[in-house]
Design a protein around this ligand. Sequence first.
Ligand code: DP6
Length: 419
Amino acid sequence: MAAEKWVYMVTAQTPTNIAVIKYWGKRDEVRILPVNDSISVTLDPDHLCTVTTVAVSPSFDRDRMWLNGKEISLSGSRYQNCLREIRGRAGDVEDKEKGVKIEKKDWEKLHLHIASHNNFPTAAGLASSAAGFACLVFSLAKLMNVDEDASHLSAIARQGSGSACRSLFGGFVKWEMGSKEDGSDSVAVQLADEKHWNDLVIIIAVVSSRQKETSSTSGMRESVETSLLLQHRAKEVVPKRTLQMEEAIKNRDFASFTQLSCADSNQFHAVCLDTSPPIFYMNDTSHRIISLVEKWNRSEGTPQVAYTFDAGPNAVLIARNRKVAVQLLQGLLYYFPPKSETDMKSYVVGDNSILKEAGLDGANSVENLQPPPEIKDNIGSQDQKGEVSYFICTKPGRGPVVLPDQTQALLDPETGLPK
Ligand code: DP6
């Protein structure tokens, strides 16, 4: 390795994911091994993703990381575990053009700079750690020429944050809990890619919340310690439900998909209530959205929209197709209109071409919305202004990719510092 001043770097983009069969509870806190399998849908990274640039240079004197522009400490065990695991698998790297030659053994001595950015506000309470750790591990694996497949990498990302292992794949993903003590068989596998079921449209309602939520990590620890329902769920419910969900995804069976997703979300929140002291993640707005969807599904006779809620009040709504998504958005905006000064394009983000389809791109279009006929008398009228901060319209999406365009790098190619 020549002691020159080169900076060698890689930039990657990784999606976030939403669980439809939830991971809640660890059997090993250090290795992050779960008490049950889980299944997720990867969300389109064009709308929700993390971009990470990792760089190596003989001129760096220590490992450093910047998250959304602010330097953060890498001393936590989750970062250290990921860095150690990935360094241990590093290979030889040579880039003649840049004069870079790194041998396998050099990686132990070389330091890294890491810059990571989420394309959605961290304050929105959307699982940023999943995309973040997946992106860290994926980009480092590319930088260090690690010769491992995505499932092996998922077992490393898992040690950063459990749900991160599922972000190593696009489409529909299962995290197999595994049974080995060392966690080597606790990995993510792809059930189907994003094209398999591409009618689905996902609308996320980012629900305003004043209270600071219990973190997933401590919440699930308390559930493991105190909830009998969690034991029952892990042993009796999830194993069967996982198989049914795999079938539903394979057959694009939306009715089963909805029934299983909603039941699993509700059971996860029931486990939270069964925890001592109880944990409340959903709020009144979340409950109102559930009633709206339940009533609509019932009135249609067959399910049109699935809902699922993670460790917070945000609703993730999965519509069976675009036409249903348009109706769903109209219903949502009728009940949860923006504050009067809010521009529609900042109230519905992501794929906001849906606004035009829903006739919601003009002035006063929300005021002119009619109440959805099947639910009008039950939910209350348009007095929920401000309860939803904004909506994100998206769809199932692809897995991690390297971004070869240097202009997308978050670190300066000369100095290796944030741009
Ligand atoms: C409710 O992956 O954030 O989103 O492994 O402690 O980092 P740690 O927890 P995390 O938990 C996610 C919990 C969930 C359900 C899920 O994504 O499966």
